[in-house]
Design a binder for this molecule. Structure first.
Ligand SMILES: [Zn+2]
Length: 262
């Protein structure tokens, strides 16, 4: 029988203006992966602070604020870069291409790849079911979702629903600290949601202290994220649409956010 692998250590740190870098580390093997690489410097600093050596980068999508550190980190550490097959030609230094439904092993920790097109067409997320954690890039944010830049609103709806369908105790690490601004919009769509109101106080307290609001969890997002609440009456009313039309409600909500001046 295989020995149960130890819990991963996870370190999150700010990059650029509002991105997060994340390192995951398996103590027994010494393997360490960076989830995306917004810029090399803070990733190298975090590695040094932990005493870890980078072995992998797991890329979610091709945007510069997620891949600009790839080549410098690869040159400095010799790490292997895994990323989305569908946009491999736009991932600097990519070694291993993965797509929807693929699974691979990270130091004894199973990793599942899930395609989440919409923000970009090839966007993927990494789910580690045994570790109860998912790295969702710019697909879902705390109280928000990514802008639909390449795909359709229908695609993005389906992608966001995939994140919402993960086990409720899954920790979600997202690409950006957008939570406070997302709350200001969310409360206009779901104004009587007591959990959302309470979460606003919590978010403002954390941000006032300069602390991250992430990671979040699937359970918290199902209770408060407007894009995962398209089956609730409040979101239908705000969208001016009949209940029971979740993808239309999603699209109307996402469009309203695009022009929201909070
Ligand atoms: Zn992006």
């Amino acid at each position: 029988m295989a020995e149960r692998s130890m819990a991963l250590s996870i370190v999150q740190f700010p990059c650029l203006s509002d991105n997060y870098g994340v390192l995951i580390h398996d103590e027994a093997s010494g393997r360490t992966a960076s989830i995306d690489a917004p810029e090399a410097e803070p990733v190298l600093a975090a590695l040094k602070a932990q005493g870890w050596k980078l072995t992998d980068i797991f890329t979610t999508h091709h945007h510069p604020d997620h891949v600009d550190g790839n080549l410098e980190l690869k040159a400095a550490t010799g790490c292997t870069i895994t990323g989305p097959r569908e946009e491999a030609d736009r991932i600097p230094g990519i070694d291993i291409e993965v797509g929807d439904g693929d699974s691979f092993d990270f130091a004894g920790h199973p990793v599942r790849v899930i395609a989440t097109p919409g923000h970009t067409l090839g966007h993927i997320i990494y789910h580690l079911p045994e570790d109860k954690v998912a790295f969702v890039g710019d697909t879902l944010f705390a109280l928000g979702c990514g802008r639909v830049l390449e795909g359709t609103l229908e695609q993005m709806f389906e992608s966001v629903e995939k994140v919402g369908a993960l086990p409720e105790d899954t920790a979600l690490y997202c690409g950006h600290e957008y939570t406070e601004a997302n709350w200001r919009f969310a409360i206009t769509r779901d104004p009587d949601n007591a959990r959302l109101i309470a979460r606003g106080d919590e978010i403002r307290r954390l941000r006032a202290d300069g602390l991250p609001t992430l990671p979040t969890t699937v359970a918290i997002e199902l209770e408060t994220n407007p894009y995962l609440r398209t089956r609730t009456p409040a979101l239908a009313v705000s969208a001016g649409l009949p209940a029971g039309t979740p993808s239309e409600i999603f699209a109307a909500t996402r469009r309203a956010k695009d022009v929201f001046k909070g």
